[in-house]
Design a protein around this ligand. Structure first.
Ligand code: HEC
Ligand code: HEC
Ligand code: HEC
Ligand code: HEC
Length: 217
């Protein structure tokens, strides 16, 4: 057991330089997801020096995501994107979408990590520590104005929608569905950095390169 925990820590610390070398224009350290005191955004901690800790830890993490350390919103709270134009059905947030919304729905404090009785103190957050009202980054729990997420993308779906490609095709293997076949926030965004100058946490250099992995026009 001791061996395994040691390995997890070793892997996490090896990945810190690895993440910044992954051919990205920006590493997490230069993005708004550096929520530590060295962060570049307005929302950042006034005390915490660790970068990964807001999302990951080494022990007592949850099974919601990889070594996941942030509190998550209870399921069932969200209004999902389900227009009549859609063939598929957007489910309540699952997979990585659930992780992203644990900060971006604006219901949980940004510094609310597991095992602390009070959230990590942050600058420029709402009274309860959440992303404040009125910021574009606060998506809320009504997801009807955003690209559908937590949607299962199968061949049967692609056959009934002539604008969908099957299988999704990204030779670089970055854009696509998750291991369970779902389109998540991470289909377009990489939470650790961006390859685009223009689009935040973007998997590709241009906007269209991401859409074209799944859509045909
Ligand atoms: C703002 C939140 C956030 C921060 C900060 C963050 N991560 Fe992550 N990380 C995520 C999410 C979300 C996933 C899950 C991605 C998925 O399922 O596609 C993830 C996944 C991972 C994974 C699994 C492999 C992968 O890339 O999907 C590793 C390893 C990882 N992060 C390492 C780190 C390290 C090391 C740091 C600190 C330098 C860090 N992360 C900081 C959100 C974050
Ligand atoms: C621990 C909290 C936390 C988690 C988890 C988190 N974010 Fe963020 N994210 C933030 C904060 C705080 C900001 C800055 C918001 C602001 O300044 O208005 C931000 C900013 C962003 C931005 C805008 C970046 C820019 O440069 O304008 C995007 C896009 C984003 N997040 C996507 C994601 C996605 C996708 C996930 C999941 C894979 C995720 N976030 C998970 C806290 C989080
Ligand atoms: C289909 C691709 C796609 C998906 C899926 C997606 N986003 Fe985005 N997101 C974008 C683009 C493009 C922008 C940049 C908008 C702009 O610059 O006008 C963006 C911007 C953002 C921002 C910055 C605020 C803003 O409006 O500028 C946040 C935060 C964010 N996304 C979070 C998320 C979260 C959380 C999810 C999952 C619930 C998600 N995104 C799913 C494409 C996507
Ligand atoms: C990982 C695959 C994937 C990526 C990447 C992706 N989409 Fe989608 N998109 C889907 C799926 C699946 C649907 C649901 C289609 C359905 O059910 O009919 C969808 C639906 C849509 C819809 C239709 C919504 C409706 O009401 O019918 C639009 C518009 C759209 N996507 C635009 C975009 C744009 C723009 C981008 C790039 C920024 C993008 N998508 C990236 C998979 C993807």
């Amino acid at each position: 057991m001791r061996m395994r925990i040691g390995m997890v820590i070793a892997v996490l610390s090896l990945l810190v330089p690895a993440l910044s070398m992954a051919g990205q224009k920006t590493s997490i350290f230069q993005t708004k997801h550096n929520l530590s005191v060295t962060g570049t955004g307005e929302i950042k901690s006034s005390t915490e020096t660790r970068v990964c800790i807001f999302c990951h830890s080494s022990h007592n993490t949850s099974t919601d995501g990889p070594l996941w350390n942030h509190e998550t919103t209870s399921p069932g709270k969200f209004k999902t994107y389900n227009r009549s134009t859609m063939v598929s059905r957007a489910e309540q947030p699952n997979g990585a979408t659930k992780l992203c919304l644990s900060c971006h729905d604006g219901t949980i404090a940004v510094g609310a990590v597991r095992g602390l009785s009070r959230p990590i103190p942050m600058r420029n957050v709402a009274a309860g520590g959440e992303i404040p009202q009125g910021r574009a980054s606060r998506l809320g729990t009504d997801l009807t104005a955003s690209h559908p997420v937590s949607v299962k993308y199968q061949q049967t779906l692609a056959l009934s929608n002539s604008h969908l490609r099957w299988p999704p095709l990204d030779p670089e293997g970055r854009v696509g569905v998750d291991a369970d076949g779902y389109v998540q926030c991470t289909a377009c965004h990489d939470p650790h950095g961006s390859r685009s100058e223009r689009y935040p946490f973007w998997h590709k250099e241009t906007f269209d390169q991401v859409c074209q992995v799944c859509h045909v026009f």
